[in-house]
Write a protein that binds this ligand. Structure first.
Ligand code: AMP
Length: 571
């Protein structure tokens, strides 16, 4: 059994292909969205998901979120006394999803399709694959998120002939794909995106505006506790603006109260720069697909951030029509990953379906350009695989040295669209020894092979000797070698994960700790006693004792959360 996983910046989901349709699997709290948060509990065990998200405010130094942004880098993230790489934190999320699936399906889960933003670089993709391995999963395929969304959408339209665009704005990334659906063949015509643009940026933008408007001392930006509270308050306001005409961001620091009310129009003004940035990839994808906006039959929304009315309005304005939202934008990518799992398992229901994808960016090497007077200008980028080439693809190009008897040729491999190599992303380098020969007789054939997972292999063959070298991109500081993965797998397996059957109660307690910090005076004292009472009930380990206390405790938490809480008189 292969599972499909959407490993998101904010939330992650797991789904399976079952009885001819994709199905989401709930976690131990019965929810299909598991927050992509990890926290190190005081007893040294690991909390994943909602319990960890509750602790972002109460224990910011022991809790991590949005680490997907650092995938492919060597940044270390500290949780209490331990440090983790981004792929290790992602592995803990994957492990938790895997356990949820195993509990529901009743058998071990060892293989997965994991989705990645189409715009993820080679290093980010390799880090995602490593995260899978660290979680004990064989990663069958890395699937581009907008491609997954189109699979989920297209599977219901198998017999239609249609052309659509997927607009996927998640927590941290933005992807656009243009697709053609014809007789069961789903063809990605072009992809484009922005790796550094997502729903979280709208929160940051609001926060910066809040600091400015309220003249909040800038020093508070380095107060982790204050910032976590502010991020949570701003996130709430941003989401409230999706359902109501205005929302307020409110926070106190010592005895100063800061508050700012925003309506839709103000929100749109504050985030105008971000909204403008959403236009570029749409235009690029359409240009690469050789299509005009009017030639599209539909626009599909994916990613939680497309719930923002300002984004929907922008899409409607750009396309002159309202986008399709028949599939929940939070779920569409995971459902598509499960469809891909069905394809991989060759399910009969998917007999006629074929999916083709493209490379979302150009890949090439750094070259020197010959000028008219036999002098050279160095540092230019020469693409070998152009962006939006259908994958898998293998291309060869021949390169010559710049002088007679040159002893080495250094290949620097880049990804991107900029004219100068230095403005693109460097993937790695390879030094190839050359036999002593005149320029025209000397040279190498460089072969780029780019597979369906978006992973690149570079091979250089010396023309004269046919000697072949393979570029090992894994030498990058941001990447783990197979040996390192094996070693870290062991360390990670030794980490104690909070027991599944107790996570529900642990989540309630984490939530209570957060709400406790919101209260003051008598209310705080009263609520503190309720937390102790709940802890005492838990200690009995007797369901008959726990259940009623728990129900009441949960009702109190809801009251505090929704500001309808008053301290009872006779307690
Ligand atoms: P994803 O990575 O697809 O889980 O997207 C998560 C992003 O969607 C986060 O930035 C959330 O703040 C955002 N989001 C989720 N629900 C809403 C909502 N109702 N209104 C505005 N943004 C939302």
């Amino acid at each position: 059994m292969i599972v499909g996983i959407d490993l998101g910046t904010t939330n992650s989901l797991i789904a399976v292909w079952e009885d001819g349709a994709p199905r989401l699997i709930p976690n131990s709290l019965g929810e299909t969205l598991t927050p992509s948060c990890v926290s190190l509990d005081e007893d040294g065990s690991i909390l994943v998901g909602r319990a960890a998200r509750e602790r972002l405010q109460t224990h910011p130094a022991r809790t991590a979120s949005v680490f997907k942004r650092y995938m492919g880098s060597d940044k270390l993230i500290r949780l209490g006394e331990r440090e983790f790489r981004p792929e290790e934190l992602s592995a803990l999320i994957l492990r938790s999803l895997k356990e949820d699936a195993e509990a529901v399906l009743g058998h071990p889960v060892t293989e997965a399709i994991i989705t990645v933003p189409a715009y993820f670089s080679d290093a980010q993709r390799k880090a995602t694959r490593a995260a899978g391995q660290l979680a004990g999963l064989r990663v069958d395929r890395l699937l581009n998120e907008p491609t997954a969304a189109s699979l989920a959408y297209g599977i219901n339209l198998r017999d239609a002939e249609t052309r659509f665009l997927v607009f996927d704005l998640g927590g941290g990334t933005f992807d656009v794909s243009v697709l053609d659906l014809f007789e069961g063949v789903m063809e990605v015509r072009a992809s484009a995106g922005d790796n550094m643009l997502g729903g979280e940026d709208f929160v940051l933008c609001l926060i910066n505006h809040f600091f400015e408007q309220q003249k909040i001392p800038l020093g508070l930006k380095s107060d982790a506790h204050f910032m976590q509270r502010l991020i949570a308050a701003t996130e709430r306001a941003k989401r409230a603006l999706s359902d109501s005409a205005s929302a307020t961001i409110q926070i106190s620091h010592h005895d100063t109260e800061y508050a700012m009310t925003l309506d839709e129009a103000a929100f749109e003004r504050v985030c105008a720069g971000l909204l403008q940035r959403l236009r570029d990839p749409v235009e690029r994808a359409l240009r690469d697909a050789n299509l005009r906006i009017t030639e599209l039959d539909n626009v599909i929304l994916a990613g939680g951030a497309t719930r923002m009315p300002v984004v929907r309005r922008l899409v409607a304005r750009m396309f002159g029509r309202f986008p399709a939202c028949d599939i929940n934008p939070d779920e569409v990518v995971a459902l598509g990953a499960a469809v891909q799992a069905g394809l991989k398992m060759r399910d009969a229901a998917l007999d006629e379906v074929v999916m083709t994808d493209v490379s979302p960016y150009s890949l090439g090497i750094e070259v020197s350009m010959q000028l008219g007077d036999r002098s050279y200008s160095s540092g230019h980028f020469d693409p070998i695989v152009e962006r939006n080439t259908p994958v898998p693809v293998s291309r060869v190009k021949r390169y010559h040295p710049v002088s007679d008897n040159q002893k080495y040729l250094e290949l620097n491999v880049y990804q991107g669209e900029a004219r100068m190599a230095r403005d693109n992303i460097r993937l790695g380098s390879l030094k190839v020894a050359l036999p002593s020969l005149p320029i025209d007789d000397s040279g190498i054939d460089v072969r780029f092979t780019y597979d369906v997972n978006g992973l690149l292999q570079v091979e250089a063959t010396v023309v004269k000797t046919r000697e072949t070298h393979v570029l090992v991109i894994e030498g990058n500081p941001g990447m783990l070698s197979e040996a390192e993965i094996a070693a870290r797998f062991i360390t990670l397996s030794e980490l104690k994960i909070h027991p599944r059957d107790r996570i529900e109660h642990r989540t309630l307690l984490a939530r209570a700790e957060r709400l406790y910090q919101q209260l003051r005076g008598q209310g705080r004292e009263w609520f503190g006693a309720r937390i102790v009472a709940f802890e005492q009930a838990l200690e009995t380990q007797d369901k008959r004792v726990i259940d009623p206390v728990r129900a009441q405790f949960e009702a109190t938490l809801n009251e505090i959360e929704h500001d309808s809480f008053t301290v009872p008189f006779n307690d």
